[in-house]
Design a protein around this ligand. Structure first.
Ligand code: ATP
Length: 366
């Protein structure tokens, strides 16, 4: 079921939670709403659900497929919900929790008890909880409870599944597992899902497309890959990962900042360059193009790459570089070591008025 929002806005009193937005979610898509706290994600999700009414002015519209649901009550929108706090019925078993929505359907729409049993068992099998059917929520871990919530939301075969920070209360490993669950169920059952998160990694890993929001605005809607490679503006670039800043004055093709300098093919004037940690190479000597002296302040060797925190001579804010384990060993990195940062690539978002344009990026200098 596709979801289309046209010119939908929301104020709470004088607070503008959502500026007029347009959003087109395709049938079968898994879309993440990503943004910092207060950016309007939950408001947008609740408006899609029908839990919140959009402003009357402008008169926005919400379509599920061809059906205009702008004024349709939440219970008639055929939506499944999963919230951060499992909201399971404590006094019911896992089986009864999943079956609940089906057993309270009006008789003429209600499946037979045999059909209900088969459907619930199938769902419990899909979330691998078939052996937990007789347990009560209190006898389950947080991750298991959230899988029950997922099964319960899917029991009514919703056209649309809405999830509000569904994994927010769980620890990192369980979150990872549950993401896989959701992706798997989504692909197998082929519904349309929208989920809210403030976790960049979660949004980028799970979504077909991500809606990046700030201050009640949609900043960019794109695939994870496109967002990361071609952020529409500085906000998106900075929100999607760690960023190092190099700010100074360009004169005659050299950007100078204190005693640091970098050759750049840019016009004279104030300039700020932004670099991702993996775009910073570490070397024991400066190059002809780059003289950026740094001191190693912390080393974290956990993960696929080594994260190296650096005190930059020209800036009070620390820099971050990620280096391959092989390079880490070759450089024999230790805390306190003096090194030189060499940008492989940098980005710039020069004029706020032009921020909606694609960023200019520069190729490797060394
Ligand atoms: P978070 O990640 O913290 O949940 P969010 O991106 O989901 O944030 P919203 O909950 O949509 O943000 O809130 C957007 C803005 O609307 C905020 O400024 C918030 O204070 C305000 N807001 C949300 N709900 C209400 C409400 N019921 N009454 C008044 N203001 C509200």
């Amino acid at each position: 079921m596709s979801i289309r929002l046209h010119n939908v806005a929301k104020h709470f009193g004088r607070t503008c939670a959502l500026e007029p937005v347009n959003l087109d979610i395709r049938d079968g898509e898994l879309v993440g709403l990503l943004g910092p706290s207060g950016s309007g994600k939950t408001t947008l999700l609740r408006i899609i659900a029908g839990l919140e009414n959009a402003d009357r002015e402008p008169a926005g519209r919400i379509l599920f497929g061809e059906r205009d649901v702008t004024h349709v009550h939440v219970r008639d929108r055929r939506i499944g919900f999963v919230f951060q706090h499992y909201a399971l019925f404590r006094h019911m078993t896992v089986y009864d929790n999943v079956a609940f929505g089906l057993t309270v359907m009006p008789r003429k729409h209600r499946p037979t008890s045999g059909e209900i049993r088969a459907r619930v068992h199938r769902l419990l099998e899909m979330v691998q909880l078939e052996n937990f059917a007789k347990r009560y929520p209190a006898q389950l871990s947080g991750g298991q409870q959230q899988r029950v919530s997922l099964a319960r939301a899917l029991a009514l075969r919703p056209d649309v599944l809405l999830l509000d920070e569904p994994f927010g209360a769980l620890d990192a490993k369980v979150r990872q597992d549950l993401r896989r669950w959701l992706r798997h169920l989504h692909d197998e059952l082929n519904f349309t899902s929208v989920f809210v998160t403030h976790d960049q990694e979660e949004a980028l890993e799970l979504s077909d497309r991500v809606v990046v929001m700030s201050n009640g605005r949609i900043e960019q809607i794109d695939t994870p890959d496109a967002l990361y490679r071609a952020p529409a503006n500085r906000f998106v670039f900075e929100f999607l990962g760690d960023v190092n800043h190099l700010e100074g004055e360009v004169r005659g093709g050299t950007l100078t900042c204190g005693d640091a300098h970098l050759s750049v093919a840019l016009p004279d004037g104030p300039e700020e360059l932004l670099l991702r940690p993996h775009e910073v190479k570490l070397a024991t000597a400066p190059t002809r193009e780059a003289h950026l002296p740094v001191t190693v302040t912390a080393i974290s060797p956990v993960g696929a790459e080594v994260r190296v925190e650096l005190a930059a001579d020209w800036l009070s804010e620390p820099w971050l570089a990620t280096v391959r384990h092989a390079d880490f060993e070759q450089l024999n990195l230790t805390r306190g070591q003096r090194l030189f940062a060499v940008p492989r690539r940098w980005h710039r978002f020069p004029d706020p008025a032009r921020q909606a344009l694609a960023p200019e990026t520069a190729a490797a200098l060394s």
